[in-house]
Ligand binder design. Structure first.
Ligand SMILES: Cc1cc2nc3c(=O)[nH]c(=O)nc-3n(C[C@H](O)[C@H](O)[C@H](O)COP(=O)(O)OP(=O)(O)OC[C@H]3O[C@@H](n4cnc5c(N)ncnc54)[C@H](O)[C@@H]3O)c2cc1C
Length: 378
């Protein structure tokens, strides 16, 4: 049975169907996935291809130079990319999350100023997490933004920031006062006064993960999103729906693991038979396949409801279940590849490391359970 989510519906970017565009870029990504993982470096040819094919402008309206598509399409794009590289899928995802933040919380002037460049040439970050913590967003943010004339001056440190080694536009949440109302979101353009130290993660390597130090960075007040004191609303409002495309990365990883493993066990023999012929293994495949289909329905359902109702809880459920699934699928892939599964830089080894990372990035599984249980008990 061929499962190819992106081909279920036809969308068009320019003159081409999205599935065609993604397939083209996916081939390039696949050819470089091991190198990206090994070197822990983002690949500029891939970034260029993502821009050229509007996959980094998938959410940007057509009149501003993007593809003008929605959260479901953006989710399917990263699902496909994640089958070959979670790192590239994650970079694409974070950029699109920043775009979505400006789309939903920016004023018309900000949208007209930033979205065309985000659709065509400049990579974005979304900077919330600091060394003091990522789960407790409102209490952990210490970065200061002091008002000075018609600007703000930003000082402080963000960490675990995806795309930070290559990005030129940043959404940054900093402190302008005390408590939950003391946070403000800014669009920072350029890297003057910004110093990036690249991190060396075990999973999602090559997605530009870094610690970012702001030293007297001047940001015009025109770059504040939604007004001073609205930073927490912007941060949480950006993170919540983004968990849907993030879940699609986990889904893509699980699908990639299943496809890869099936191909292997149809070739590999033990006890005079192909490994795929053992019923115990066939049952495991059946379970994984059924789980992938169940999670896929949950993720797509959440994506379809985005913009029509609050999807915070649905998105948290999708994130929790998809990252658990990805971990199980990667474990299965390693196990079924036997010794080859733990050889550094094999598909299964990379998937295993990436899958663990998926349980932490974009809000940990514990935070997802907190969101879900609060809603259930309220
Ligand atoms: C690959 C990767 C990419 C990332 N990209 C970005 C990015 O682009 N931008 C950005 O801003 N951040 C990014 N992050 C940061 C990510 O959002 C945080 O790592 C995450 O939110 C957890 O924060 P923390 O690491 O500070 O852990 P902490 O908040 O310190 O939590 C540590 C542990 O305690 C648990 N915990 C905390 N509070 C509770 C509680 N109340 N109940 C039960 N358990 C609890 C957590 O679940 C976790 O297991 C990225 C992280 C990774 C790994």
């Amino acid at each position: 049975m061929k499962r190819d989510g992106i081909k279920e519906t036809v969308w068009v970017i320019g003159m081409k169907e999205v599935s065609e565009v993604v397939e083209e870029v996916k081939k390039l990504v696949e050819s470089k996935a091991v190198k990206i993982d090994r070197s822990n470096e983002m690949d500029e040819e891939i970034i260029h291809a993502l821009f050229k094919n509007k996959l980094l402008g998938v959410l940007v309206p057509e009149e501003l130079g993007g593809a003008g598509l929605g959260l479901l399409e953006a989710s399917k794009v990263v699902e496909e990319l994640a089958k070959v590289s979670c790192s590239v899928a994650h970079s694409t995802f974070v950029h699109n999350m920043a775009v979505d933040g400006i789309l939903r919380f920016g004023n018309e002037e900000q949208k007209n100023r930033f979205l065309p460049i985000l659709a065509s040439k400049k990579l974005a970050t979304a900077m919330i997490t600091e060394p003091s913590g990522g789960s407790d967003v409102s209490n952990s943010i210490k970065m200061r933004a002091e008002k000075s004339g018609e600007s703000y001056i930003l000082n402080g440190t963000k960490t675990f920031i995806t795309n930070s080694t290559h990005a030129e536009i940043h959404i940054v949440v900093a402190r302008t006062g005390e408590g939950k109302k003391g946070l403000t979101a800014f669009v920072v353009e350029g890297n003057d006064g910004i110093e990036v130290t690249k991190l060396n993660p075990s999973g999602m390597r090559g997605s530009g993960l870094g610690t970012v130090r702001f030293n007297e960075v001047e940001v015009p007040e025109d770059n504040v999103l939604l007004g001073e004191g609205s930073g927490l609303k912007v941060a949480l409002g950006m993170l919540a729906p983004a968990r849907v495309p993030f879940s699609s990365i986990a889904l893509g990883l699980a699908e990639g693991c299943l496809e890869n493993t099936i191909a292997y066990i149809k070739r590999r023999e033990a006890f005079g038979r192909k490994i795929a012929e053992f019923q115990f293994i066939q049952f495991k495949i059946a379970e994984l396949f059924a789980d992938i289909e169940a999670v896929k329905r949950l993720v797509y359902h959440a994506a379809e409801l985005a913009g029509k109702q609050d999807i915070t809880v649905l998105a948290a459920m999708a994130k929790l279940k998809s990252s658990e699934l990805a971990k199980r699928a990667a474990d299965f892939a390693v196990q079924l590849h036997g010794g080859y599964g733990i050889i550094s830089n094999s598909y299964a080894d990379r998937a295993y490391r990436d899958a663990k990372t998926l349980e932490i990035a974009e809000g940990t599984s514990e935070m997802m359970k907190l969101i879900i249980s609060r809603a259930v008990l309220s």
